[in-house]
Design a protein around this ligand. Sequence first.
Ligand code: NOJ
Length: 556
Amino acid sequence: MEEKKWWKESVVYQIYPRSFMDSNGDGIGDLNGITNKLDYLKDLGVDVIWISPVYESPNDDNGYDISDYKAIMKEFGTMEDFDRLLSEAHKRNLKIVMDLVFNHTSDEHPWFVESRKSLDNPYRDYYIWKNPKEGKEPNNWGSWFSGSAWEYSEETDMYYLHIFSKKQPDLNWENDKVREELYRIIDWWCKKGVDGFRMDVINFISKVQSFPDGQKEKGQLYGDKIPYIANGPRVHEFLQEMNEKVLSKYDLITVGETTHVTPEDAKQYAGFDTQELNMVFQFEHMTLDFGELGKWSDKKIPFVPLKKILSKWQYELEGCGWNSLYWENHDQPRIVSRLGDDSLKYRDLSSKMLGTCLLMMKGTPYIYQGQELGMTNMEFKSMEDFRDLEILNAYNEFVDNKLAEPEEMIRYFNLKGRDNARTPMQWDDSENAGFTKGTPWIKVNPNYTYINANSQINDSNSVYSYYKELIRLRKEIEALVYGTYALLEENHESLYIYTRTLGSTSLLIICNFTETEKSYTIPKEYEEAKVIINNYRDRANDNMLRPYEAIVYHKK
Ligand code: NOJ
């Protein structure tokens, strides 16, 4: 069996602090709100809490634009509040993972404020500056959040690179001083006692230094920058250096956010013997419903390709690297609305089925706040309801350039927009779902009256209790952590069936992804196996799967 590690045996819960729990009535979630809810998380059974950025930030991108890596955002509280959160978490044996945003800073970070001043400023080379090309942007790259990836700066008549918003200038990792500063920041947080890091777009830190134009497809406004920024020439060198200089000195959990990676890349980023990170978040399964306008599409995730992609990751990393498992995070719509059925009839069942499918796989599971309640997408009626800069910018870009009609964009935002994940956590059926006594910064999903934590924690048949049981099973059965994965019935159009095997123990997991009954005869060797969890609670017929049924057999 492969080496045992605590981070392989853990379940992680992600908190988006702005939307989790507001303790002081200003309508914005905060650190004390999180501390007040630690017992809830302990009861759920998770081991690690990843908190999206809480550092000082002008909040152009809700904290993913950091202006001081060693201070807490005022709206979220103080450093004393953070220290209390950390110690209260540790008292309960819960670990805390910080979100490190190191590809870029805020344009209000003192380094950038200095950098933009003059060519000979000591901080000039902390960022990526280029001369205009024929009086325009240095190349044809587009920013992730619409517009060019280059912003003109009058002071020196040059452009700086920003892969994300213009308030998120990219750091120049080629500069040794930048890397040293960043490693010192990691060390500072480690000394405080944090238990790990999620690293934002970490595979974008090394750019191809010639900064060439990207290939431009017909109808596209910008060239494709990805080949020049993702998995760049020095990225592994940088991560190995970071590991050697700081990460390896502590016992941490580290996960890199990496879009555009293949399992081959992941084996390097998160191989058992490559000394970089513990695991990465890959996005192949999350881009299956992309269309001509990228994520702004009403395409559904196709089922057989979904199984093939998830299985590919399971097979390829077996024995040599570790997977992270997720359906949701603060950038994704709610999974029950995206891949399940959020109607009154099937919301519960399909949420539980999706939870089963994910949590029984091999890897470290990440549960996003509210996923354990079966929280759904919200209906945003007009542009005024949205808060996310990605949405606001995309609306202008696509509508202004006549690439889409306004109503069409609003429809796509409702299906795929990030604000779906950012509506406040639904704690109870009191006003504002118990999230705040003030006015919430973003609307609360009106379904909080019947989807909320309070109504679920003591109901043994709730989505919450079901997740709790899934987590408990992972603790009880070693094969659910270390067992190898195998997909059965690869081309079945409705059922996701796989096994996990460790020595003589094996598990058979069957999930019906549709609202129709499907017949399926379980393999002979499982006939005597015990059913350890079933979202209908009364396994009726071994040859039939009911709508959205999920069932797990355990054979010792
Ligand atoms: C990925 C983060 O998850 C997302 O929320 C953010 O907008 C970008 N990186 C930029 O930091």
